[in-house]
Design a protein around this ligand. Sequence first.
Ligand code: P1T
Length: 358
Amino acid sequence: MTPIYQTSTFVQERIGVHKGYEYARVSNPTRSALEANVSSLEGAEHGAAFASGIAAIEAVAKLLSAGDHVICGANVYGGTDRLFRQVLARLGLEFSFVDTRASEQIAATLRNTTQLILIETPTNPLMHISDIAATAEIARGHGAWLVVDNTFATPYFQQPLQLGADAVVHSSTKYLNGHSDVVGGLVLTSNAQIIEGLRFLQKAAGAVPGPMDCWLVLRGTKTLHVRMEAHDRNGRRIAEWLAEDPRVRKVFYPGLPSHPQHELAKKQMTGFGGMISVELGDRDRADRFCCATRVFTLAESLGGVESLVSHPAVMSHAAVPRQQRESMGITEGLVRLSVGIEDVEDLIEDLDQALPAA
Ligand code: P1T
């Protein structure tokens, strides 16, 4: 097993001569093992690990300079929206938030200064799908980078670099780790300029993960394929069951043939995973439902082996401006399920006994 190199510094042979490691903000062997591991999963040459998914996204944005323009998906994790609008815009980066399901909209939003296009697909929590190959072509034609947040699909079900993306970001807090006991992030790329910039930022800005957390994510990736198959199996079964239930107004899951982008999802993904959102009608119904589930527990986050239920408007997406949130469909009645790997009959029984409360 890769040891946990619980050390901040490394003995050097003489001034200016070391054995590959000097100070753990710059690099640490456990972190290097994790970076190599997830690079390999994404088909990337390089990886850079960060202390959270948001720190990974921030590092990508910090490759840019004041005055540069970023096109970001209108529906991304609320914390990504908050980082861009409330922190990085203040420091001089410019942002446009567009519906990246329509690649013409991306093309129409390009400026001379556009350096980065960031998309999530499937999106959190509306499960919108963006065409990675088509977006990569637009980015390449303009000399901008396409970065895909692959947190929901994981490299097991979707390989953005193979479809032309320049880099992939992850919240390894979620499926990569899989056990809800770490906060972490990663950027994977084969682009020499991007990795050089990220390595510099690990050293210069320092939002790096500790060795214990890297070790836990490494342990998680050993079972990624087994867990993702189970999330996908349970996710499909539950989405189909919910879609048949008149108590649920709408089900958002790209694996359902009724999903407006099911064909695109099938084209660029090999499975659909365990994330499902449902529209229950209003806040009271959502609240009663979230209090009534017993196996699905109410908590932020996703991607662990245990099933969770959450309320995006108040939890993960509270920072998104209300009008934008509502116009997209992140309503007060929307509830998100992170379907775990428990026995699917237990999960369905739990939803069945909780739905009457809604
Ligand atoms: O939480 P952190 O590790 O910093 O990752 C941020 C992040 C980035 N990208 C996506 C798609 C995410 O879903 C997240 C975090 N999301 C939640 C905490 C949530 O409950 O949706």
